[in-house]
Design a protein around this ligand. Sequence first.
Ligand code: IPE
Ligand code: IPE
Ligand code: MG
Length: 259
Amino acid sequence: MVLSIPRHIAIIMDGNGRWAQRRGRPRVFGHVRGSTRVRDVVREANRLGVKVLTLYAFSTENWSRPEAERKVLWKLLRKFLLRDAKELHQQNIRLRVIGEMERLDSETRLVLDQVMHQLCSNTGLQLTIALSYGSKRELVNAARAFAQDCLEGRRQADSMSEELMEHYLWTAGFGEFSQVDLFIRTSGEQRVSNFLLWQAAYAELVFTEVCWPDFSSENLMDAVREYSVRERRFGGLTKETNSSSIMAPIKKTKTGIFI
Ligand code: IPE
Ligand code: IPE
Ligand code: MG
């Protein structure tokens, strides 16, 4: 089977808490284990030749979680970045972040800036981490920035288009890879939870029962295989459709035309 490799994969890394609780452990145990899964998945995506891998690590809604849990999540992110920066560099991987960077604590921002700088001249996979990310927030910010540009005379209201919209999103700069091809959610939940609503407009959705702390490079391959057998029609027809199957011969009778 010839695999069709998605150019942009987005993953909702979900199920850490349930994974831990099923084992009689505190939720943060699941986050610790979950943070160790990122490396394999990033490595595999890079090996496959994926261009962009976007990981949902913290949503705008996740601020409603208890502070103790939030603190652990930010600490694990810093730990992952500091521990894996060298390997990411060796693999020619770039790093980007999307979301409300201004809401992050200064220590986390510093580490992010440092690692992004270290990897900025790489040309392989673009790893994107969504932090304090929410699509609705992203779209509201885009609308505000565009309105401001109109007020200050830099844009005309009727210049807004699908292409221009992309410039106002946090994914601006992703160029031709901004649209998600394969959208994966772990842990059995079947919803998109405010993730990449614009960018995933035509993504293929794959939901797996596997919780993030168990998600492996083999599970990623399973999702890519599933993607490979999907037919992406983008509102058109299948390649095999021939004209004779579209139009039936038209019969004219005295009472009218029917097919
Ligand atoms: C995903 O796992 C990690 C984050 C949302 C930060 P959860 O913490 O949501 O785990 P469940 O869904 O409660 O099991
Ligand atoms: C989505 O998971 C956010 C991340 C994985 C970072 P949640 O667990 O927060 O989403 P809901 O509450 O199930 O929608
Ligand atoms: Mg969850």
